[in-house]
Ligand binder design. Structure first.
Ligand SMILES: Cc1cc2nc3c(=O)[nH]c(=O)nc-3n(C[C@H](O)[C@H](O)[C@H](O)COP(=O)(O)O)c2cc1C
Length: 284
């Protein structure tokens, strides 16, 4: 995937969620670029069919955007999408939406994933969601307002958005429980760091990676009770797709060739943990 001059690795470092937007319209040129990018997305790792579009938001006088429970202020557009229901639909949706978000970041726009604080029915109607499709989340997009709003700051504090888990909590060597030594990751140090920096629902960071002889096995460790908190979508599977997106795009940028595989290595896993996929590096 080409991102022009913007390096993916820089864009990943630069991105953070924005919940307050300027009243300035995105403008036809940038809108066209986003739309073109969305229409030319490559097939995601598990091959799901998905479509994405820009949806207009109504912004009444007070600036709270309708359908976001007051969390987003001022945004006039949202990126929304629909993925065909299938075994790995949530992961593929996360993968594709995140690649669009990184492109929006490249275009100078602010973004915010919304998987919980948005009114699903409103966006589903705008996208004419079919029976065999789902819309796991949407994304606010626009020019950032100069300052974060109070609601934005409260949200960031509540989710602990500025922090991330340490590497020893999420990357393992051969089996769970043995931290991956930084000196052993070689050129994969940066793609791993890009996973660590990824956004996730409520900043839960549910991804775990076990490195094993050139393959990086991706696992999901669910947060207890989170599925009951947000019932409408399996957001932690969306998070896995986001992590895979960051890892895959960073590898591509660094010229590290590899492919996604689905061979469960059959490791002993901690509670609430399930296998998702593996990245198998191809030796040159
Ligand atoms: C799948 C997903 C769903 C999210 N849903 C919401 C949401 O409903 N409302 C919200 O304000 N932020 C939402 N977020 C944003 C996260 O809270 C945010 O990414 C996380 O706290 C890390 O902060 P950062 O994006 O600024 O790095 C969501 C993020 C993801 C990946």
């Amino acid at each position: 995937m080409k991102h022009g001059k913007g390096s993916i690795i820089e864009l990943i470092r630069e991105r953070s969620s924005w919940r307050s937007y300027s009243s300035e319209e995105i403008g036809a040129d940038i809108e066209d670029e986003l739309k073109t990018f969305m229409s030319r997305l490559p097939s995601p790792p598990f091959g799901s069919d998905a479509r994405f579009g820009l949806v207009d938001a109504k912004v009444p006088e007070r600036g709270e955007v309708l359908g976001t429970y007051g969390v987003i202020r001022g945004a006039r557009k949202f990126i929304a999408g629909a993925v065909k229901k299938g075994e790995r639909d949530y992961e593929d949706y996360g993968y594709l939406m995140e690649s669009i978000i990184l492109h929006a970041t490249h275009l100078g726009l602010g973004t915010c994933w919304l998987g919980g604080t948005f009114r699903r029915s409103r966006f589903a109607a705008a996208m004419e969601l079919g029976e065999n499709e789902r819309m796991p989340a949407v994304c606010a997009v626009g020019f950032r307002a100069g300052k974060r709003t109070v609601v934005d700051r409260i949200f960031r504090t509540g989710a602990g958005s500025a922090g991330r888990k340490g590497r020893d909590e999420i990357f393992f060597d051969g089996e769970f429980g043995i931290p991956l030594d930084e000196n052993k990751t070689g050129p994969y140090d940066v793609p791993l760091e890009m996973v660590r920096l990824a956004p996730s629902a409520s900043n839960k960071q549910p991804w775990r990676i076990v490195a094993d002889e050139g393959t990086f096995h991706f696992f999901l460790t669910r947060s207890r009770g989170y599925d009951r908190l947000i019932k409408a979508a399996d957001l932690q599977r969306v998070d896995m797709g986001i992590a895979m997106c960051h890892f895959g795009l960073a590898c591509a940028e660094l010229g590290l060739r590899g492919r996604w595989v689905g061979e469960n290595p059959g490791l002993d896993v901690p509670g609430l943990t399930e296998y998702v996929a593996g990245w198998e590096s191809m030796r040159r």
